[in-house]
Design a protein around this ligand. Structure first.
Ligand code: CP
Length: 311
């Protein structure tokens, strides 16, 4: 594996399978009363969040703590960033504290790549602008594999605001590496101009895709990133691209519904669908901890896992 995890494209098929297999091993300790392993004792993980997060920030913290790493949580709000301190100076300050890994979320696409040039430790991209969110794609693949088995030939339909979604880009890259067939469904206004070069198909017809899909992944409509009118009304968007009970009835019996969160209930996904047995949304959050444990363990070269899990 490379030293950093900036993009899902950094992962070969063997790398991705190693992370998912390691997460499978680590999931075994999640059922124990004591969930902690000593494998990263003495290592320091810095969580550097310049943008809001609930799931990713908490799960990276839980993952590092379950591996016995020391954790420093940095939030831009309330820090010297508000006095104008740059990303580079912030990074060098954290470097001086001995970070072995820096987990970064930033509103600027490319910030993790820049950071990787300034620090000695491993950099993990926890979401950069509209670019990538590779550990979300890993936890999504882990969730799909647990529900459906190997991903080769599985048909995954990703629906909604692809234009502003770092989750969609990372999922397309990772799922194609793992042999899945991905189709993006969105209004033309919410597709990136270069989507033709992505390793996936594109459709504008959600109803036609539903019976063919093993996975339907709904994306959040990211109104906070929209500086123009991308669709006529929210009601019209829901009518064309929202997942409701009637649409779910067109999916095959074993197909699953995913959403990375946070959700706009009632817009891209109906509440009754989000809370239904087909939905893996809560599982995705739990799987985020084990998948991020696997990433930190492999990047930081933790002690032998087999021995520790058997103890
Ligand atoms: N899925 C995801 O990245 O959620 P958060 O923004 O809450 O971390």
């Amino acid at each position: 594996m490379k030293r950093h995890l900036i993009s899902a494209a950094d992962l070969s098929r063997d790398d991705a399978l190693l992370i998912l297999d390691t997460a499978d091993e680590l999931a075994k300790i999640s059922d124990r009363s004591i969930k902690k392993l000593p494998t990263l004792r003495g290592r320091t993980v810095v969580n550097l969040f310049f943008e809001d997060s609930t799931r990713t920030r908490i799960s990276f913290e839980a993952a590092a703590k379950r591996l016995s790493a020391d954790v420093i949580n940095f939030s831009a709000k309330g820090s010297s960033v508000s006095k104008g301190e740059s990303l580079k100076d912030t990074a060098l300050t954290l470097e001086a504290m001995g970070a072995d890994a820096v987990v970064i979320r930033h509103s600027a696409s490319g910030a993790p790549h820049r950071l990787a040039g300034w620090v000695r430790g491993s950099v993990v991209n926890a979401g950069d602008g509209t670019h990538e969110h590779p550990t979300q794609a890993l936890l999504d693949a882990f969730t799909m594999r647990r529900r459906l088995g190997p991903l080769d030939g599985r048909r995954v339909t990703i629906v909604g605001d692809v234009l502003h979604s770092r989750v969609a880009r990372s999922n397309v890259l990772l799922l194609s590496t793992l042999g899945a067939e991905v189709t993006l469904v969105a209004p033309p206004t919410l597709l990136p101009v270069n989507v033709g070069s992505w390793p996936c198909e594109v459709s504008y017809d959600l109803d036609a895709m539903l019976p063919k899909s093993d996975v339907v992944m709904m994306l959040r409509v990211q109104r906070e990133r929209m500086n123009a009118a991308f669709f006529p009304t929210e009601r019209e968007y829901s009518r064309r691209y929202g997942l409701d009970r009637d649409r779910v009835a067109r999916m095959h019996d074993d197909a699953i519904v995913m959403h990375p969160g946070p959700m706009n209930r009632g817009m891209e996904i109906a509440a009754e669908v989000a809370d239904s047995p087909r939905s893996t949304i809560v599982e995705q959050v739990a799987n985020g901890v084990t998948t991020r444990m696997a990433v930190l363990y492999l990047l930081l070269g933790g002690a032998d896992l087999g021995g520790e899990i058997r103890q």
